[in-house]
Ligand binder design. Structure first.
Ligand code: SF4
Length: 461
């Protein structure tokens, strides 16, 4: 958008009540996931007239995003279902209400008659027209299950027809339909890429109250994706899409009162940040230079005394790791692996018994791989849920606690309680009273540690 219009265009969503062939009286009850309001946007939900929806939408985008230029978006129901006369009247009336730069029309692949396509072509000569095409999946079994009432070939033909008439196509897909897996949604995305769609709008499946899907869910619960699981799927898909194809959406909003599952802790905006950070951590350049200076945190990654000193004197000595290794094999969990100094120093201890190291970090650009270490990459709130068994020693190195608070959050500390053996010990490089109190709240005993300028905390049962 910035390349084309000089700045971002913000979507102003309107609900025209143009109906939908899959849910009107002669229809088949609608798609299983679709609420009775036909996927209206949360911002326009309470607005009544079209004029009011536009007014509310523009003032919201100006206030929230400092938006200056706008695209009119006909989102709910099926924007090309009504008679051509009504479509023409409606769109020309709407486009007179504000100086929009583009119009985007949401519709089904089976609602694009030749007359409609010719009209959209004509409209496209006056203002940029995009069609938001509800594809959802290109798996025919899924399309039957969700009662779409069209098959994948219908979507493919619709994309080709729109392209023939010079109309840009944004492909809507949903991730997480029952019976689908990574391979299915990867195939859908790859096919759409090969068809040269002009953009993707992706979100995870929401089970919304009073939909056929809700009834199915009540009869037999099926898997829905929490934010971390969906993020993994989404990141995989994003990497299948060439950089010249824009991604216009990665999540959706359903009002809390209507949403049955999945219930996320993250907001849509937080999820966007999480995806951006994770992509940077996993595939971007390291934000830490050779002097351990972090550009992201504007601080050194280790205390001035040095990483090795901190590893030996705080983490290894205060956890009694050497003594533990003289008695038996030890399982060590190293959270915040970073450059791996704590684990690598621990592995240097010479003992008869073995040290088994599992390490967690989200920033692959910092972590150094080693065959002796089982390294899991991802947000610690997610990777901790994947761990089973108990550990004798846990190193928790959040680096910069105030700027990286999730690593010492109550959620993380509660996981650590599940993962620590009764005689185990946690050593952290944090020493804030608030963290000490959180450990105690979860059920640990604690003691602050100070070895000259190296500071930390020990937690145990
Ligand atoms: S085509 Fe769109 S509006 Fe119609 S039932 Fe399906 S999701 Fe709802």
């Amino acid at each position: 958008m910035i390349k084309e219009y000089g700045e971002a265009l913000y979507s102003i969503t309107v609900d025209l009540d143009l109906g939908c062939p899959n849910r009107d009286e002669k229809g088949n009850g609608g798609c299983s996931f679709c609420p009775s309001h036909g996927a209206r946007s949360a911002q326009s939900m309470d607005a009544k007239s079209v004029e009011e929806q536009i007014k509310v939408g523009i003032s919201f985008a100006k206030r929230r995003y400092k938006a200056k230029r706008f695209m009119l978006y006909i989102q709910a129901y099926t924007g090309t279902f009504s008679s051509l006369k009504k479509q023409k009247e409606t769109y020309s009336k709407l486009l007179k209400l504000y100086n929009f730069d583009a119009i985007s029309i949401g519709t089904r692949p089976d609602c694009l008659s030749i007359e409609t396509l010719e009209y959209l072509q004509e409209l496209n000569s006056q203002i940029d027209v995009h069609v938001d095409l509800g594809i959802q999946s290109l798996n025919d079994a899924t399309l039957i299950n969700i009662n779409r009432q069209h098959d994948s070939q219908c979507s493919i033909d619709a994309i080709k027809k729109l392209q023939h008439y010079g109309i840009k196509v944004f492909a809507h897909i949903i991730i997480g339909f029952k019976g689908e897996s990574t391979e299915d949604w990867s195939r859908t995305v790859q096919k759409l890429v090969s068809l040269h769609v002009d953009g993707f709008k992706i979100h995870n499946l929401h089970v919304i109250k009073n939909t056929p899907l809700h009834v199915e869910y009540q009869n037999r619960q099926f898997k829905t994706y929490d934010e971390y699981e969906y993020a993994e799927e989404l990141i995989h898909l994003l990497r299948l899409i060439p950089t010249n194809i824009p991604i216009l959406r990665i999540a959706t909003d359903t009002p809390n009162k209507d949403l049955v599952a999945p219930l996320w802790k993250m907001s849509k905006a937080e999820f966007g940040e999480y995806i951006k950070d994770t992509l940077q951590y996993r595939f971007g350049k390291s934000n830490v230079d050779n002097n351990f200076w972090s550009d992201k945190y504007k601080d050194y990654y280790y205390p001035k005394s040095g990483a090795i000193k901190q590893a030996r004197e705080l983490f290894i000595e205060k956890s009694d790791l050497k003594k533990r290794l003289t008695c038996k094999d030890v399982k060590l969990l190293d959270i915040g692996f970073g450059f791996g100094v704590n684990s690598f120093e621990a592995l240097k201890l010479q003992c008869e018994n073995s040290l088994h190291v599992t390490a967690l970090d989200q920033d692959l650009s910092i972590a150094k791989r080693s065959n002796d270490i089982n390294l899991l990459i991802g947000d610690v709130r997610y990777t901790l849920t994947k761990l089973e068994g108990k550990f004798d020693v846990i190193f928790l190195d959040p680096f910069h606690e105030e700027k990286n608070p999730t690593m010492v959050s109550k959620e993380v500390i509660t996981h650590l309680k599940r993962l620590l053996k009764k005689d185990g010990v946690i050593i952290t490089s944090t020493f804030l009273n608030s963290t000490k109190m959180r450990f105690e709240l979860v059920g640990f005993k604690t003691k602050l540690l100070k070895i000259r300028e190296i500071r930390g905390l020990i937690a145990f049962f």
